[in-house]
Design a protein around this ligand. Structure first.
Ligand SMILES: [Zn+2]
Length: 340
């Protein structure tokens, strides 16, 4: 299995301007309460990684409870909202409208350069290597409008399909080159049609991740590829900051897998993992910044020592150690549908 280590220079602040991001966090707080913290629509679940029943409470965030699996250490929201409640939240909450109309527009050009372009370089390179005959690409739950432009430009794919119940994609007047299916995961009917499926930041927020991967499996041809990015609770910054991590908010981060939990999940769903990398570059920087801004964060003595006393070379080499050992919290994963 391949593990790619990338060291790219960018600053988190470039991607999340702090004033707008703070407004967004305040809106999430209000909307998660009004759309999702409602006992009638919350359902308990097993560990989405290894399906173990053993768990203990990890923390409560915005009124919703996260459990930690005693076996694979995955952290997950349970009880959790239904897919219908999530669709209502993603389509209609003020927080998401603000994110779509304001925050994501301000950060669009940086996001394109730092996140979306490298993502497509990865798709193009790996598809040419592992499934060069690929013609049909399916993207599930696309969150960024400027990402759609990039899909349109991916010339090696003759057919492109977007499946997304969360956004009103019809209003975008997309060209006829791209087919849009506004469907819930549970209702997906595509069978054995896709060569490549993209799940970027999707398994984090899937209310039923087994159902999602079952549908993806059925959708792919034998040997077809599934590209995934996600945030891992086994990563350094989330292990240190835990519930105080700023980017750890329900419902976007409903499933916080560990490397171990994900491997069990992929095996269970019939996928071979051909790449598992954690090329994140920001773990130590995020820990240092959060500790500086939030006095309730107490860093372990060793981490505090590195942050306060060592130079950029040591910090860079520490981050490279995290990448090389799958200990950063940002993961990119490439799966292949196994032959039966
Ligand atoms: Zn587990």
């Amino acid at each position: 299995m391949r593990n790619i280590v990338i060291f790219d220079e960018y600053n988190e602040i470039d991607l999340k301007p702090s004033e707008l991001f703070n407004t967004y966090l305040k809106l999430i707080e209000k909307d998660v309460f009004s759309f999702l913290v409602n006992e009638e629509i919350l359902t308990p679940c097993l560990c989405p990684g290894c399906q173990s029943r053993g768990q203990k409470e990890a923390f409560v965030k915005l009124g919703l409870t996260y459990l930690e699996c005693e076996s694979c250490k995955t952290v997950y929201l349970s009880p959790r909202p239904s897919e219908a409640a999530l669709i209502d939240y993603y389509r209609n909450s003020q927080a998401r409208i603000f994110w779509r109309e304001e925050l994501s527009k301000v950060t669009a050009s940086k996001r394109k350069e730092k996140i979306i372009k490298p993502r497509f370089d990865w798709i193009n390179g790996a598809t040419a290597e592992y499934f060069p005959q690929a013609k049909k690409l399916v993207d599930i739950n696309t969150a960024h409008y400027n990402y759609i432009e990039e899909i349109l430009g991916a010339e090696q794919f003759e057919q492109k399909i977007l499946i997304n119940p969360f956004l009103d994609l019809d209003s975008l007047k997309l060209s006829s080159e791209i087919k849009v299916i506004n469907s819930k995961i549970a209702d997906l009917y595509l069978c054995n049609e896709a060569d490549v499926v993209c799940l970027f930041e999707v398994i984090d927020r899937a209310s039923d991740v087994d159902l999602l991967l079952d549908k993806v499996y059925k959708m792919l041809r034998s040997g077809g590829l599934c590209f995934i990015t996600t945030v891992l609770i086994s990563g350094f910054d989330l292990q240190i900051l835990w519930d105080k991590a700023e980017n750890l908010c329900p419902p976007d981060r409903m499933n916080l897998f560990t490397v171990e939990g994900l491997k069990v999940l992929f095996e269970r769903r019939g996928f071979e993992c051909i790449e598992f990398s954690t090329p994140g570059v920001l773990d130590l920087a995020i820990v240092a910044k959060t500790a500086q801004q939030n006095k309730s964060v107490k860093l372990p003595r060793f981490v505090k020592y590195i942050v306060e006393n060592r130079d950029e070379n040591v910090k860079r080499s520490f981050q490279q150690f995290l990448q090389a050992n799958l200990l950063s919290s940002y993961a990119r994963i490439l799966l292949r549908k196994k032959e039966k």
